[in-house]
Design a protein around this ligand. Sequence first.
Ligand code: NAP
Length: 217
Amino acid sequence: MTQAFIIGGAGKIGRRLAQQLHARGHRALSLYRAPEQAAELHQLGATPVQGNLLELDEAALAELMTGSDVVVFTAGAGGKGGPEMTNAIDGRGLELAVAAARRANVRRFLLVSAFPEAGRGRQVSDTFENYMAVKKQADVHLAQSDLDWVILRPGTLVDVEGTGRVHAGLAIPYGNVPRDDVAATLLALIEKPAVSRVIIELTEGNTPVREALEPFA
Ligand SMILES: NC(=O)c1ccc[n+]([C@@H]2O[C@H](COP(=O)([O-])OP(=O)(O)OC[C@H]3O[C@@H](n4cnc5c(N)ncnc54)[C@H](OP(=O)(O)O)[C@@H]3O)[C@@H](O)[C@H]2O)c1
């Protein structure tokens, strides 16, 4: 049984991951902000942990993580609050989580990042341009840490039902990917600690998730 601490636990990927972890007999501690999210997280089989990345300091977040085997960072401002909020959550929030994980001695750290081609070929807003820069800087920060990290870069997230099949590679063509399958990939990475210190691009595809990760182990 693995205990995963999910930052962004009430988010669309976070909820799917908690459910899938529970189904496999693992424990999900899901960080959430709004009180009304706790009941749904309970129903999914998660242990809700209330906390806000804008308010927690390193020591407080480390305390919440203590005893977990892995941290999954899938939080993001989602464009709300403009560049300032993206900087605060996707940027400084990730740095806070890395520092807290090191302090709590949780060595395994999975980051949901962004696909480098997102937005290419179309006019993007300054907010989106900033988002992509912040996501890349977050990758740089985590990759420079001494943690046992994996950075997952999914293509455009969609809410259609997952297929359990993906395309995963070091560099692959851009595409969509169901959130179910992103969560399934995170679960497989949690169960496959041999995959470490690598950046994986992910889209929909034809290979069963676990098989798709084999080459990285
Ligand atoms: N959209 C795409 O196509 C795409 C593609 C590649 C990667 N991504 C990345 O994938 C990640 C997850 O996607 P998703 O669909 O699961 O997003 P989501 O549903 O918006 O989940 C993000 C979570 O972050 C939480 N969060 C925001 N501010 C916070 C704070 N101050 N303290 C604690 N938690 C906070 C949100 O909490 P609340 O529930 O309280 O709002 C939310 O639950 C995001 O980081 C996104 O950048 C997205």
